[in-house]
Design a binder for this molecule. Structure first.
Ligand code: SF4
Ligand code: SF4
Length: 94
């Protein structure tokens, strides 16, 4: 392998991985129109990733994808969305 070739391969591999993550990975997001702010999802979250903000639940980057919150939400407000979707990109750690 020629000098610098390894770096180019790493650059391409990282780029492909990041694109894959952005468009094909998914994370849990709360539908703000359906959420009633009941707080049931907060009680089951093992990583304290859910907060009530302006009366609605929001999930931040501490989510470890355990899948507990969508199972208990009485409104069916929690769904997985692509990481690159506007709803998912709004997730941040408080
Ligand atoms: S999927 Fe699990 S870790 Fe993520 S927000 Fe829901 S309960 Fe918390
Ligand atoms: S359980 Fe559902 S309705 Fe209740 S706060 Fe969480 S997302 Fe909103």
């Amino acid at each position: 392998m020629r000098k610098g070739e390894g770096k180019n391969i790493d650059f391409i591999r990282n780029g492909v991985y990041n694109l894959w993550r952005l468009f094909y990975c998914a994370m849990y997001v709360v539908n703000q129109e359906k959420c009633t702010g009941c707080g049931t999802c907060i009680d089951v979250c093992p990583t304290d990733a859910i907060r009530i903000r302006d009366g609605k639940a929001v999930i931040d980057m501490a989510c470890v994808d355990c899948g507990a919150c969508p199972r208990v939400c009485p409104e069916g407000a929690i769904r997985k969305q692509p990481t690159g979707s506007p709803a998912a990109l709004g997730a941040k750690r408080d």
